[in-house]
Design a protein around this ligand. Structure first.
Ligand code: AMP
Length: 296
């Protein structure tokens, strides 16, 4: 499609637009909470190259924020988001209000019960329930062929991939590798919360994680390597929430030595001042193909 970008606000309008497309049209979908950066742009670029039509959603989803989280102050930059979307050939931006997604009396939620138990799930109760619910609703409205999610939020990606499989959804949930600043910091809409001093320290999170991943994949004692990395993060000024090495794609704790045949996720969440940062490294990502998991 080569016409200008279309902004849709209501569920009825997005359904009507979807119905107006020829049945064989392929749709690539990128759900976001806006405040777009080059990480989101990469998802949009891939949607564009994989499908005939690309749809971006911008919705700061209240049901995935805890009571003490940053819902009210989450950055909202609609005009510049639209410019980025336009530049990346997005056909439709679906930007509903909370009332459109959760009208008065709304009472249905969808929940994954295994993968959500660990990592962020332990510290953000209800978060993934909000994510799976809103993404399922968005999938029902947009009915995409392919939906792209960043591996920066690795647990989210594996949860959504599992949801699509468990619920027989007719959508291919695909991952996109983490886009980083030159110094290694994973791009995130929340990086704007960092002070200048914190911004200078922030890349240490990925540096420590990578060093741990190298040590662990070379056979170092896992518990020791993780403990050392946590200590290093603390000394740098982080307050780590978790640093764990889990088997993929089920996010289960490995027993004994890691297998040289299996993929693993080394994931971290840590506060730097008031800002919570997450990052991860996938060990042996090529092995994910065996589980039907695609990423690029
Ligand atoms: P959000 O920033 O929560 O609105 O994320 C929207 C989508 O962009 C999710 O699929 C994220 O995983 C993805 N995303 C966010 N940051 C990055 C990044 N640095 N690299 C790749 N994808 C990202």
């Amino acid at each position: 499609m080569s016409h200008s970008i279309k902004v849709i606000r209501s569920a009825e309008d997005v359904k009507a637009w979807r119905k107006s497309l020829p049945a064989e049209t392929t749709i690539g979908f990128v759900p976001t909470m806006g405040a777009l950066h080059s990480g989101h742009a990469e998802l949009l670029r891939q949607a564009r190259s994989l499908c005939e039509v690309s749809v971006l959603s911008i919705f700061v989803n209240p049901t995935q924020f805890g009571p003490n989280e940053d819902l009210a102050k989450y950055p909202r930059t609609f005009e510049s988001d639209l410019a980025i979307a336009e530049k990346h050939g997005v056909d439709v931006v679906f930007a509903p209000t909370p009332e459109v997604m959760y009208p008065a009396g709304y009472s249905t939620y969808v929940e994954e019960l295994e993968i959500t138990k660990t990592l962020c799930g332990k510290f953000r109760p209800g978060h993934f329930r909000g994510v799976t619910t809103v993404v399922l609703k968005l999938f029902n409205l947009v009915r995409p062929n392919i939906a792209l999610f960043g591996l920066k939020d690795a647990q989210q990606f594996f949860v959504l991939h599992k949801m699509a499989k468990d619920l027989d959804l007719d959508v291919s949930v695909q991952g996109v590798q983490t886009i980083r600043e030159i110094d290694g910091l994973a791009l995130s809409s929340r990086n704007v919360y960092l002070s200048l001093a914190e911004r200078e320290l922030a890349p240490r999170l990925y540096a420590v994680l990578r060093a741990a991943a190298v040590a662990i994949s070379q056979g170092a004692d896992r518990a020791e390597a993780l403990a050392r990395s946590i200590e290093e993060l603390q000394l740098t000024g982080f307050k780590p929430q978790y640093l764990e090495c889990l088997e993929l794609p089920g996010l289960t704790a490995p027993t004994g030595a890691l297998s040289a045949e299996k993929p693993y996720l080394l994931a971290v969440a840590a506060y730097l001042g008031a800002t919570r940062l997450i990052d991860n490294v996938i060990i042996r990502p090529e092995r994910l193909k065996e589980f039907g998991i695609q990423f690029s």
